[in-house]
Write a new protein. Structure first.
Length: 468
């Protein structure tokens, strides 16, 4: 099948690579020019996707992995093209936070105060007039390192952060959102939708956005995710979140991955935001969880057809393996890491299936100069690749992923070595306490400690997860 894959900045670029490996003819368009050097010699590129419409035809598949293309997607569908991805109103649900909260409320979800601001000074005045703990959020693809979760109930730390941002010309141009802080466990609920109905099982995921182990440091786009699939449509968390939105997604002709990120506590479920696109790094973990091929699955969703997705039971883990300047988005002037070789010498062919590329390319002259290495870092942002694994328990998934990560030699690599810990030691018990039950976690804390050479103790405080 011919597949035209359109991305803004490679949120799901690894899926384009997977489609090539499945045997499809794929052409990849990367909108952001600075990102176009990635996946060279792995996926065929095109410099202008509109010129490829006659190539893909109305029997082929067009895949959009990001928001911002909604109006175009609607137009292409009207012209008879088979399109996977969102829609104009799907984009609005994610990008316009105030609108999103209104839709959440319209469909019966609990909400707290949220307000968008075009001016930092206006935001400062608002916090002064409405003292409470506030979460400061950036919108769209703005750097998540600027997000901040307030601590004080009078908002004085939020005011300090906002004033600092106001003095920075670059940051001050960003549209920001104030969201009343909610204390609880942050968890995402998602499912694919084909314009008419749900396709495949329900996904539950717990993101890890803080830079350092133990949820310390600046907020990143994400350091890793724990997730699992379930086909129980009577699950309370599913019924109180994503399940409510079937009529809305039908109305807006949405055909893609739909997720609501929430905070759960003893009072119920509070939506933080909707994700109306493929997400990263969860999409790389979906490759791990799925047994069915991506091409068939995406094609069925785009056509509005049902599909019997084959999937693996158990817990899945994905870990971001990065290099500086990550987690900051500004490129390093001297490009210290661009062109650096990535070594997979001890990685078996089977283990290689659990590695997913973003800022990686293959040297075209590798056979003539094998000493340089085949794979190299092909960008300067630092999002190099992702390691994934699955297990019957979270601990088993952790061992598989981190054993693999140790074999991937990237000079000066950065990654968190505790993805999933908080669920094991705290969040799962809290969710069950509040009446949100999932499969039993069979944790062997002694063995886990031996595996990583670390002594753990059970956490006792409520999980104030990463609402940024």
């Amino acid at each position: 099948m011919r597949i035209l894959f359109i991305t803004n900045d490679l949120i799901a670029g690894s899926v384009a690579h997977e489609l090539v490996k499945e045997g499809h003819e794929v052409k990849l368009y990367i909108k952001e020019k600075a990102r176009r050097g990635n996946l060279d010699n792995l996926v065929q590129k095109t410099g202008e996707w509109k010129n490829e419409l006659s190539w893909v035809g109305k029997d082929g598949l067009i895949v959009f992995d990001d928001v911002g293309f909604g109006r175009t997607q609607d137009k292409l569908r009207k012209q008879g093209y088979i399109v996977f991805g969102g829609s104009e109103l799907g984009d609005k649900l994610e990008l316009d936070r105030e609108y999103g909260q209104k839709i959440f409320a319209d469909y019966g979800m609990k909400t707290v105060e949220l307000k968008d601001f075009e001016n930092m000074d206006d935001a400062v005045m608002y916090v002064k007039d409405h003292p409470r703990a506030w979460v400061i959020k950036q919108n769209g693809h703005a750097p998540k390192t600027l997000n901040y979760i307030g601590h004080f109930d009078d908002g004085r730390d939020a005011i300090s952060v906002l004033k600092n941002y106001f003095q920075n010309r670059t940051v001050n141009k960003e549209r920001i959102t104030l969201h009343e802080k909610i204390v609880g466990v942050e968890i995402g609920v998602g499912r694919y939708f084909n314009g008419k109905d749900w396709v495949g099982p329900i996904e539950y995921n717990l993101e890890h956005k803080k830079f350092f182990p133990g949820d310390i440091g600046p907020t990143t786009s994400e350091m890793g995710t724990l997730a699992w699939y379930d086909d129980d449509e009577s699950n309370r968390l599913y019924m109180e979140t994503v399940a409510r939105f079937k009529p809305y997604l039908q109305e807006i002709n949405y055909r893609g991955d739909f997720e609501i990120n929430c905070v759960v506590n003893e009072s119920g479920v509070y939506p933080l935001e909707a994700t109306t696109r493929m997400g990263s790094p969860i999409v790389h973990l979906q490759t791990e969880i799925h047994e069915s091929h991506w091409g068939e699955f995406l094609f069925a969703i785009a056509k509005g057809e049902s599909y019997d997705l084959k999937w693996n039971q158990g817990y899945g883990l994905v870990v971001v393996m990065a290099v500086p300047p990550f987690p900051y988005s500004k490129k390093m002037k001297d490009n210290l890491f661009y062109g650096m070789t990535i070594f997979f010498d001890d990685v078996s062919e089977k283990e290689f299936e659990h590695i997913h590329f973003e800022e990686v390319s293959v040297r075209s002259n590798y056979l003539e100069n094998p000493e340089k290495g085949r794979y190299y870092i092909s960008d300067s942002r630092g999002y190099v690749l992702y390691a994934t694994g699955m297990g019957k328990t979270v601990e088993e998934a952790q061992k598989k992923v981190y054993d693999l990560a140790k074999k991937i030699i990237i000079p000066k690599v950065i990654y968190r070595n505790d993805i999933g810990n908080r669920f094991i030691f705290e969040s799962n018990a809290l969710l069950k306490k509040w009446g949100y039950n999932f499969r039993k976690t069979e944790s062997n804390f002694l063995n886990f400690g031996k595996i990583f050479g670390i002594e753990f103790r059970r956490a006792v405080k409520v999980d104030e997860e990463k609402q940024g």
